[in-house]
Write a protein that binds this ligand. Structure first.
Ligand code: IVH
Length: 734
């Protein structure tokens, strides 16, 4: 598995205590151990969530493994900490809520890790000991690459593919059947006459390097965020609500294990034999799978695979060893979350030293300023690297996430020699600086306090490592994202102005900030306008007219939507309403925000206006500070003024009650586009609605997709509310 880097939020490896050093744990008091255990537990759970549910990990594999090992070392020393909540009992993270759930008949577990030859030798010795085998007795094991993708369970009934599920938390995964059907390499029907009545094939869904590069190129072209690495791209592609998107992304699969199998149905009595059967049945299996007879042979194969790694064309992050005999596997069994009969031998992170030529700041779509090291190109593990993450401002200064010095407090300067690490991740990181090689002309780096993209102030929130541009409404790096948010369903909700149109308008220079949306029609119809909207690609007379009408309809919006639409950090729908319950107008809020002085030298507790802000129920210092920062930026004030000239805020909307569809009866009909019928049904049921197959007087809503026929007609006859798919989604979103 691969936890790649979101450069801004990475925990530097140097901060982690050396997990191989048991001294540190051995010296802990029970109290310290309990505290550290709880803290690590939370940290690991957060990483698991970002990795499994959000497909957006923020630490490298190596760092994650270090955390996990330390956690386990503490539990080994203090077994009383191994309670119900212990992460050692859990695998992965609970399934994300958007997919139907699938309970695994046989849990999908994880693997124990090893990093050194000695640990592998110890594993083989442990297996022998456990089985009571003499040293000279043969124990065969298989060795195969550990694919860096996401595991998936494929259910075949009578040889026909019927269901696919992700691992989820190991016990319950997500139903990704429709998406897996689009993976060409996965057979819809297994070949051969020895396929059992029920067979769950397990393996890894992954994306090749070539497909990953092509996908990111397309993402870039359409202004969508890039995937950090092939694993995230594979996960993001598989966990799509729309299988058409999955189909457009070439995913691949290797089968290496199994789950439920009907009685007596295994095609062989060895691991290797089952994999051979997989190949016969038409499933893709990894050609680098071999059978070995000693730790030495396993290690030789590990090295051979390591040498081929860069040329494989897909990411692997180690080699997996499995006891070959299934009878012995059965005897060995499991220990907490992993089998005693298998081991993942991970590859070490790959490193190289090169020159840091300069530091560049990238401004992300959310305004985060991220330092990127521009390097003299160097080969790290077969890949030429010329950019690497420097994480954040403190990291450059030699300060770790907890405020403690890292690298002995040594800062990183332009011109320095630095160590680069690639740990299966696509974004390499700068992990160290060679102080003794520091050139006399190396330049100390001052992190900018103005956004390099728009010149607005860039601020750091208390306790945050990331510095962010406050000029969201005008910053070109954030513009598309901000405008997209501005027009989104819960904000201005302008129909016909989706992500694609926002991007195109921005590129054509037509809409650079929200207020421009409302002057679009006037500019379009002005004499001498260059290309009229109706003549632009993808537009026509009707769609242009509809768009202008949709925009005009929003010249009055509830003030809470107005505030939310501004995209002020931490001001979501709820906080917007909280603020506006106190300040009835944007003007009143702005006035107080401009007058507010947060706690500092002049006012140790902040001034009166500040006290007013943080005195609002539910509004704390973090939100207040974000509001103060936002209005304190002249660029934003100008953008809000421009907007207020076009739009009149109306009274605040009533607070939505939870569960708008709870207890209602819904009928879905016609072709839905955003979800499959099954997904729609599962979603409705999850929200407490009853899904019916036919329309009657008791039906509350009919959700009609394209080409809806008799049910739609009947709903109209009976006067039942008919919703489009989007209206339905808006309704359930509350
Ligand atoms: S065997 C009961 N074999 O690694 C163990 N896993 O860290 C079943 N993985 O969840 C897993 N390549 O996602 C196995 N050749 C391989 C693998 C492999 C990648 C993944 C898999 C698993 C994780 C465990």
């Amino acid at each position: 598995m691969s936890r790649s880097l979101t450069p801004s939020s990475v925990t530097p490896a140097d901060e982690q205590p050396n997990p191989a050093d048991p001294e540190d744990v051995a010296a802990m008091t029970a109290d310290e151990a309990a505290r550290t255990h709880a803290r690590l537990g939370e940290e690991i759970a957060g990483h698991d969530r970002r990795y499994y549910q959000d497909d957006a990990p923020t630490v490298s594999d190596a760092d994650y493994d270090a955390l996990r090992r330390r956690y386990e070392a503490i539990e080994a020393q203090f077994p009383e900490l191994r309670g119900m909540d212990s992460l050692s009992e859990k695998v992965g993270a609970a399934p994300a809520p958007k997919f139907a759930k699938v309970r695994h008949a046989v849990p999908m577990l994880s693997l124990g890790n090893a990093f050194s030859d000695e640990e592998v030798e110890e594993f083989v010795a442990r297996v022998r000991r456990f089985l009571g085998l003499a040293t000279e007795a043969d124990v065969s094991l298989t060795a195969e690459p550990k694919i860096d993708g996401l595991s998936c369970s494929l259910r075949y009934v009578n040889g026909v593919f019927v269901q696919a599920a992700t691992r989820g938390d190991g016990f319950e995964g997500e139903d990704v059947t429709a998406n897996v059907r689009t993976i060409g390499e996965i057979p819809q029907r297994l070949k051969g006459d020895d396929v059992p009545a029920v067979f769950e094939v397990r393996g890894e869904v992954y994306m090749s390097h070539n497909a990953f590069a092509a996908l990111n190129e397309r993402q870039q072209e359409v202004g969508k965020p890039l995937f950090a690495n092939p694993r995230n791209a594979a996960a993001g592609s598989l966990r799509q609500l729309d299988p058409k998107i999955t189909a457009s992304r070439p995913l691949r699969f290797f089968a290496y294990a199994w789950g439920e199998v009907s009685e007596g149905g295994l095609p062989a009595d060895t691991q290797f034999g089952v994999i051979e059967a997989f190949a016969r049945w038409g499933l893709p299996t990894n050609p680098l799978t071999v059978r070995c007879h000693s730790a030495a042979e396993l290690l030789a194969h590990y090295r051979m695979i390591g040498e081929q790694r860069a040329a494989l064309g897909y990411d692997i992050d180690g080699v997996v060893y499995k006891v070959d005999s299934l009878a012995l596997q059965g005897r060995l069994g499991f220990v907490s979350r992993s089998p005693r009969w298998a081991l993942a031998h991970k590859f070490p992170a790959q490193r190289a030293i090169t020159r840091l030529e300069r530091i560049e700041i990238q401004v992300g779509r959310t305004g985060a300023l991220t330092p990127v090291a521009k390097l003299t190109p160097v080969t790290v593990g077969g890949v030429v690297v010329s950019n690497a993450s420097l994480h954040n401002e403190d990291y450059i200064r030699g300060i770790g996430g907890n405020g403690e010095p890292i690298r002995g407090g040594v800062d990183i300067r332009e011109g320095d020699w630095v160590t680069i690490q690639r740990a299966g991740d696509v974004i390499p990181q700068v992990v160290d600086v060679e102080l003794e090689r520091r050139p006399a002309d190396a330049r100390r780096y001052d992190f900018p306090t103005l956004c390099p993209a728009c010149g607005s102030h860039a601020v750091r929130e208390e306790g945050e490592a990331v510095r962010r541009c406050t000029g969201g409404l005008v910053c070109p790096a954030q513009a598309v994202e901000r405008i997209r948010h501005f027009v989104s369903r819960d904000a201005f909700d302008i129909e016909g102005l989706g992500e694609k149109q926002v991007q195109a308008f921005f590129e054509a220079g037509l809409v650079k900030q929200p207020a421009d949306i409302f002057t679009l029609e006037a500019r379009d119809s002005a004499p001498g306008a260059l290309t009229r909207l109706k003549n632009r690609e993808g537009w026509g007379e009707t769609s242009a007219r509809n768009l202008f009408a949709a925009i005009a309809a929003r010249r009055q919006v509830p003030v809470n939507r107005f505030l939310y639409a501004l995209g002020i950090r931490h001001v979501g729908e709820t906080n917007a309403k909280r603020l506006l319950r106190h300040f009835p107008t944007i003007e009143a809020l702005r006035e107080t925000a401009l007058a507010a002085v947060p706690p500092g030298e002049a006012h140790p507790k902040g001034n009166e206006a500040w006290a007013e802000l943080v005195g609002i129920e539910g509004i704390g210092a973090v939100v207040a500070e974000a509001v103060v920062d936002f209005f304190g930026e002249p660029n934003n004030q100008a953008a809000v003024d421009a907007l207020l000239r076009e739009v009149t805020p109306a009274p605040m909307e009533a607070i939505a009650t939870a569960g708008a569809v709870s207890g209602k009866t819904v009928v879905f009909t016609g072709a839905l586009e955003k979800m499959t019928r099954d997904e729609a049904k599962a979603m409705a049921e999850r929200l407490g609605a009853k899904v019916a197959g036919s329309v009657s007087k008791k039906t509350d809503y009919v959700v009609a997709g394209a080409d809806a026929g008799s049910k739609l007609a009947k709903a109209r006859d009976l006067g039942v509310a008919v919703l489009t798919e989007d209206e339905w989604l808006a309704l359930v979103a509350g």
